[in-house]
Design a protein around this ligand. Structure first.
Ligand SMILES: [Zn+2]
Length: 450
């Protein structure tokens, strides 16, 4: 009975000698097919000892998911790395070729390109970084494929969600943008795709890729003060040309708590979904918006963050669930295990299973739900939040219902702009490049602080 790989979903509590369930079924009316896409090789890479991005957080997540026996509730897939051609679906051939060729040993020969492609402290060259990128992207594409085929209603890849990567440049620890690649694939079969981003940072790479189309609506909730990485994501970034009103940004201040965040999230997302009527949703679940994150400044708890994804699940629309940022590995893994349970409609025992590799990592409480909401003052006054909500809802009123789209309008076709819109886009890109240059030092302070 105590064998965690037995058919039983119970474990023996050592102290009470009672058998306790790992999870209990919630049995709500919606029972989607859920799939879990994970290649364990992805957690074996290292950005460097001092770098805050730790791929081993994915191993901790998988340990918890397996420890709680959630594999009983999902189809499990071992995805292949993305091919070079698949990566070039969004990224330039030159950039992908560069990622493939450069290694820590030969990097000195590429000094000109290292500068050109913005390789540095945030996005270093590390051993196998091309393979690492191909692995997380391959898992997102595998999950996307299952949604397209209809074999999954919800497909999960916690190793994906790297939302900062640009067409020919890495950014904010992201080398290839698996989200953009996934959405491009969804657009071949779905008229409208909604992208939701609840990472601490603005989902700039995804917003930029779809800034001129009405087929993808991007909505990002994030910290914004004009200086915090990546510097973009203010209320006035709404899209250009056909894409005008199809980018939505919800800028927030430090210390936001569960109650304010969840209330605002639901107040915005309900009308977004009813007016845009997406046929597929991509949800980025960055864990750096949790309290106590090494790079974080919010006060969210695991269940608060999870309430947002639970709300999105309740619409019953095909859903791709991705990871993202998150720099306190034990809490990242707690969050993504909890959100796996939300997707599979079960309630987990808050006490971690007794038999769990790295259980000591979760000391002293060994709980799935530690209090993470007690660190910072909430700098989001009621008045500030009401004002943000009013402005976002005002933007939404411009939507005027779901656009009917030409399915053949996939990139690069949807980038057809009038000369005036071209100028607007050039100005936007110029402003963004300027920001990138200015951010280069402050980003390092923000993202790489100890
Ligand atoms: Zn982030």
């Amino acid at each position: 009975m105590t064998d965690r790989y037995s058919e039983e979903t119970f474990f023996k509590d050592v102290k009470t000698q009672e058998y306790t369930p790992f999870y209990t079924n919630n049995l709500t009316s919606y029972s989607p097919n859920v799939s879990y896409h994970y290649n364990p090789k992805v957690c074996q890479y290292h950005y460097g000892v001092r770098h805050p991005m730790k791929p081993f957080r994915l191993m901790l997540t998988d340990n918890l998911v397996i420890g709680y026996k959630l594999y009983e509730k999902m189809d499990l897939y071992l995805p292949e790395p993305a091919s070079k051609e698949q990566l070039q679906d969004f990224h330039t051939d030159e950039y992908i070729k560069f990622l493939e060729q450069v290694t820590p040993d030969n990097a000195s020969k590429f000094s000109e390109q290292l500068q050109k492609f913005n390789i540095g402290d945030d996005c270093p060259v590390f051993d196998g970084f091309y393979d690492y990128s191909a692995l997380y992207a391959g898992s997102s594409l595998d999950a996307t494929q299952k949604l397209i085929q209809g074999t999954s209603d919800i497909a999960i890849n916690w190793s994906g969600g790297l939302h900062h990567a640009k067409k020919s440049m890495p950014s904010g620890f992201c080398y290839v943008n698996d989200i953009v690649l996934s959405i491009l694939n969804l657009l071949r079969h779905h008229p409208r795709v909604l992208y939701i981003d609840i990472d601490l940072h603005h989902g700039d790479g995804v917003q930029e890729a779809f800034y001129t189309t009405d087929r993808v609506m991007t909505v990002s909730f994030h910290k914004y003060n004009g200086l915090f990485f990546p510097g973009t994501g203010n209320l006035d970034e709404v899209g250009i040309g056909k894409g005008k009103h199809f980018s939505l940004n919800v800028p927030l201040n430090d210390g936001i708590d569960d109650e304010s965040y969840v209330r605002l999230f639901k107040a915005v997302m309900e009308p977004v979904i009813t007016s845009f009527q997406p046929t597929a949703i991509v949800q980025q679940c960055g864990a750096d918006s949790l309290g106590h994150d090494r790079l974080g400044t919010f006060n969210l708890n695991i269940k608060g963050h999870g309430e947002c994804v639970k709300f999105i699940r309740s619409f019953g629309i095909p859903l791709l669930m991705l990871g993202g940022g998150g720099y306190t590995p034990r809490n990242v893994s707690r969050l993504w295990c909890h959100e796996t349970s939300v997707m599979t409609d079960v309630t987990l025992d808050p006490k971690l299973p007794d038999v769990l590799p790295f259980r000591n990592y979760f000391n002293p409480d060994c709980s799935l739900y530690p209090n993470l909401g007690d660190l910072l003052d909430n700098k989001n006054s009621r008045k500030f939040l009401e004002n943000v909500k009013a402005k976002v809802l005002e933007q939404l009123r411009n939507l005027k219902g779901a656009p009917s789209v030409q399915m053949n309008e996939i990139p690069p076709d949807f980038n057809k702009l009038t000369p005036e819109e071209e100028r607007e886009l050039d100005e936007f890109n110029e402003r963004e490049e300027q920001l990138m240059r200015e951010m280069k030092d402050s980003a390092r302070n923000g993202e790489l602080m100890e």
